[in-house]
Design a protein around this ligand. Structure first.
Ligand code: ZN
Length: 421
């Protein structure tokens, strides 16, 4: 991907909420949007021909390079999967493995309409390079673990990765990513929280994915996980909490008060059989910002956020025993980050906002009849996306992504090097 500023791009004949509009993008932002917008001299142009124009999806929690491990050991229970399958191959990972695994993930995300993702994985600068080359946006953090020692080395590597990631701004944001309360010591959690505040970067962490995590936290620290993290200064407006399956009402009130973002990962929760889902209606009631994520391809295994969107809506309705609990339009808003502003790059489809958008296929028969949002949530999958534009660059047009064959071949070669596939 050429990283020079793209020339202005103008889309005409797109349909936004039933109205035919044009959209002009200049230097990565939307300069004009409305019924009379047309191209300037020398613009790149797209005639949408009546295709629906929608905001892109935001994947609020993933481990992109785990595309290399898709399906590997996937029928094992969680701890055996980690110990016997994943950790031994992760020990052999090199930066180029992470680069090509992340390129494959970006390819899948471009094809299925995700413009931005939140990532936690080893060799974070290699992920950042992949995101830059693919043309997407991401907030990236290298995982921080020290439950079995190595605190000082972890601090040094977290500091180094913040500096490395800063070179990829603005499409890539740096973050700190302490893995979870059961893999990171109290001292290191406090340190990471302070550093995130000092450097003004986001902090991502897994929280309350399993009931066992809650029980151990209460036994060890005398508090449920959200209160324990708050005691260490971890909860703030730039904190992203992934999973949140076992949060109770008081924890949700605390999370809302601190302004954190919660990310639901329904497919990974079901695949790992954690026994529940993020309690979305209670989170909404408490005023918590909520987004949606796939988690890594090792535990989903898809990066098509449309499938998580359908599972999210179905699981929430099912868990509540109430089909009115989550209207389709609201589920769509969760998947596009409209209910979790931290996750997005700015207000989508607005003048002055990021030039990130999707044109849906005119031949997407699933969308031909009825309410668009209901169709997007329940009938569609990522294949309905025809055109993906991020920061004013056309990353996919007519379902075709540049260099796709090379990316797939390189990722497969790196997976074979690791003894997979
Ligand atoms: Zn995860």
């Amino acid at each position: 991907m050429d990283n020079a500023a793209p020339k202005p791009l103008t889309v005409t004949g797109a349909v936004l909420d039933g109205e035919s509009v044009g959209l002009r993008c200049v230097e990565g932002t939307i300069a004009a949007l409305g019924p009379d917008v047309g191209p300037g001299a020398g613009d790149e142009t797209i005639d949408a021909g009546g295709a629906p124009l929608v905001a892109p999806l935001v994947n609020g929690h993933t481990h992109a390079a785990m595309t290399l491990f898709r399906g590997y050991g996937g029928d094992l229970p969680l701890m055996r999967w980690l110990r016997e399958a994943i950790w031994p191959v992760e020990a052999k990972l090199k930066a180029d493995d992470v680069y090509w695994g992340t390129r494959l993930a970006c390819l899948e995300m471009i094809r299925t309409g995700t413009a931005r993702f939140w990532d936690m994985y080893w060799h974070p600068a290699a992920s950042a390079r992949a995101v830059r080359d693919a043309g997407l946006r991401a907030t990236i953090g290298g995982p921080i673990f020290d439950a079995e020692g190595g605190t000082e080395e972890m601090k040094a590597s977290a500091l180094a990765s913040l500096d490395e990631l800063a070179a990829f701004a603005p499409r890539v944001g740096a973050s700190l990513a302490p893995h979870a309360i059961y893999t990171v010591t109290e001292e290191l959690l406090r340190w990471a929280a302070e550093l995130a505040r000092e450097r003004d970067v986001a902090l991502q962490i897994h929280l309350s994915e399993t009931e066992r995590e809650v029980e151990e936290c209460v036994a060890r620290h005398g508090a449920r996980p959200a209160f324990y993290l708050d005691r260490l200064g971890v909860l703030g407006e730039r904190t992203v909490l992934a999973h949140g399956v076992w949060l109770d009402g008081k924890e949700l009130d605390l999370i809302a008060e601190r302004g954190c973002t919660l990310v639901a990962n329904p497919a990974a929760n079901m695949k790992l059989a954690v026994g529940g889902f993020l309690p979305y209606p209670a989170a909404r009631e408490a005023g918590v910002a909520v987004g949606l994520g796939t988690d890594g391809a090792g535990s989903n295994d898809s990066l098509d956020l449309f499938s998580d969107l359908k599972l999210f809506a179905l699981s929430q309705r099912h868990a509540a025993g109430d089909p009115t609990v989550l209207p389709a339009k609201e589920a769509w808003e969760v998947a596009t980050g409209a209910r979790a502003p931290l996750l997005t790059a700015g207000e989508p489809l607005s003048v002055g906002g990021p030039a990130d958008f999707l044109l849906l296929g005119r031949d997407a028969y699933e969308l031909a009849v009825g309410d668009l949002y209901a169709a997007l949530v329940y009938a569609a999958n990522g294949a309905v996306v025809d055109t993906t534009v991020v920061a004013g660059r056309v990353l996919m047009r007519g379902g075709e992504v540049e260099d796709a064959a090379e990316i797939v071949a390189k990722a497969a070669e790196r997976a074979r090097r690791l003894g997979i596939g």
